[in-house]
Design a protein around this ligand. Structure first.
Ligand code: HEM
Length: 433
């Protein structure tokens, strides 16, 4: 790690800053540009005056750990809050209780429900096949909505998928031109309002239930919590959780499916493990599947680029950062860096099977870190492991599309466009089990 300097210095700048030429180069090859700039200018460099890119695990860890103080992350809107500070406070209280709601105990109780939701979602896909990423979003999204909303879930499947598309469309990373931004922004706000109003209706219905509510979903856990949160905080937690649980795990599953469809020996090993596991399987019954999912989150982290805004003048590794600047850092870059990993260019699930962590400290963060770390990391991992096991043991996967195409790093790190068709092995190959 670079030494702390006594005197704060300015950040070295990419030649040409955020001018048109660099913008063009970046839009054509985002990961390639960030990698090349980082090699040339070091682990902290500027892209124009407003953007600082950081590419060292310890420095990124500092930024993440100091979030909500010197650095800020976008805060989901909680209705009826007067100031930004009150909004942050309400969101943090909500996510603390929400996090407890998606507690390991609740997730463990949901194993069976998750398996049924995943199987129903896969068999409901059109027989002629569909876009791989959209199919995987549907599969993960439905299972996660079930855990969050219990019996109220079905009314939210399609609506959440649409809202998630609209809301993701206005997320930004490096500064991009605002073409069409206003219309997209209005759609996102309308989608958020609609989801919030409908979730408010769910709270009213559930509160009107007679007797002691069962605690088998996130919404039940939030309603039954002794420190009762105001409804607008509960609806914000549910809304953001539904959206957060949609595209990201779906993208991760799409990468898993693509890899499984291209490597028969890997698919056979996953399938053997899933067939040997009891039903419903616990995570401990699926060690290789879990290692495979962790490796895919390393190689293709869906949230490949994260951002924090500088909230007050701050020093980072001897560099001076000022309010108005945005700090960017990429799990993808760190996860592929030979300084922190052995053979990072190889997809090797076995690296996760040893006793030791296979990476340098803070060099693996597919779920972010610090006070704003992903609230659904355990649920996301659980859903992915169960979905991979289900697909490996029960379905034949047919993925059309380019074998070697590069990932498409947009808001999420999307796989190359391809179509997928699943055939249930139980109906085609009865007797093979
Ligand atoms: C493979 C699955 C997933 C991945 C890779 C992932 C990744 C991430 C990342 C990188 C962040 C930003 C963290 C930061 O800025 O430090 C995040 C935030 C978040 N995630 Fe996830 N996530 C996944 C699944 C889920 C699921 C299943 C849920 C909900 C059930 C969820 C809910 C959220 C929420 C609510 C936030 C915002 C937290 C905040 O702003 O305070 N995520 N996720």
């Amino acid at each position: 790690m670079p030494e702390h300097a006594d005197v704060l210095t300015a950040v070295p700048q990419v030649a040409g800053g955020s001018g048109l030429r660099n913008q063009y180069a970046y839009e054509n090859d985002r990961i390639g540009c960030l990698t090349a700039w980082s090699k040339r200018y070091g682990d902290v460099f500027g892209y124009g005056p407003a953007t600082v890119v950081v590419n060292h695990p310890d420095l990124i860890h500092q930024v993440l750990a100091r979030t909500n103080r010197e650095f800020s992350a976008t805060v989901p809107m909680v209705e009826h809050q007067q100031t930004a500070a009150e909004n942050l406070d309400a969101w943090m209280r909500g996510r603390r209780q929400g996090g407890r709601g998606i507690h390991p105990d609740l997730i463990a109780q949901c194993d069976d429900r998750l398996d049924r939701a995943l199987a129903t979602a896969v068999t409901a896909l059109p027989a002629r096949g569909m876009d791989l990423a959209a199919a995987c979003e549907r599969i993960c999204g439905r299972a996660i909505i079930d855990v969050c909303l219990g019996g109220e879930a079905p009314a939210f499947y399609e609506r959440t998928a649409r809202a998630s598309d609209d809301i993701l469309a206005v997320s930004r990373t490096l500064d991009t031109p605002p073409w069409g931004a206003k219309r997209r922004y209005r759609r996102a706000v309308a989608a958020e309002r609609d989801l919030t109003a409908r979730l408010g209706g769910v709270l009213e219905r559930l509160r009107a239930r007679p007797g002691d509510p069962p605690r088998t979903s996130l919404v039940d856990a939030l309603l039954a919590h002794p420190d009762r949160l105001p409804d607008q905080v509960i609806t914000a937690v549910l809304r953001v959780t539904l959206i957060g649980g949609h595209g990201t795990p779906g993208t991760a599953l799409a990468w898993c499916v693509r890899e499984m469809s291209q490597r028969p020996e890997l698919l056979a090993r996953l399938s053997d493990e899933a067939r040997a596991a009891p039903a419903p399987a616990a995570a401990a019954d699926l060690p290789y599947t879990t290692a495979f999912v962790k490796e895919m989150l390393r190689f293709y982290p869906p949230t490949w680029l994260l951002a924090r805004d500088v909230a007050e003048p701050v020093a980072l590794c001897g560099r001076r950062l000022e309010p108005g600047q945005r700090v960017l850092f990429s799990p993808y870059l760190l996860h592929h860096d030979e300084r922190w990993w052995d053979t990072p260019a190889e997809i090797r699930p076995e690296r996760w099977l040893g006793e030791e962590k296979p990476f340098a400290p803070h060099a693996y963060f597919p779920f972010g870190a610090g006070p704003r770390v992903c609230v659904g990391s355990l649920l996301g991992l659980t859903v992915l492991v169960r979905a991979v096991a289900l697909l490996a043991k029960g379905f034949e996967l047919d993925v059309d599309g380019p074998a070697d195409a590069a990932p498409r790093p947009d808001i999420l790190l999307a796989p190359p466009r391809s179509r997928v068709r699943y055939v249930a092995l139980t109906s085609r190959n009865a007797g093979r089990e």
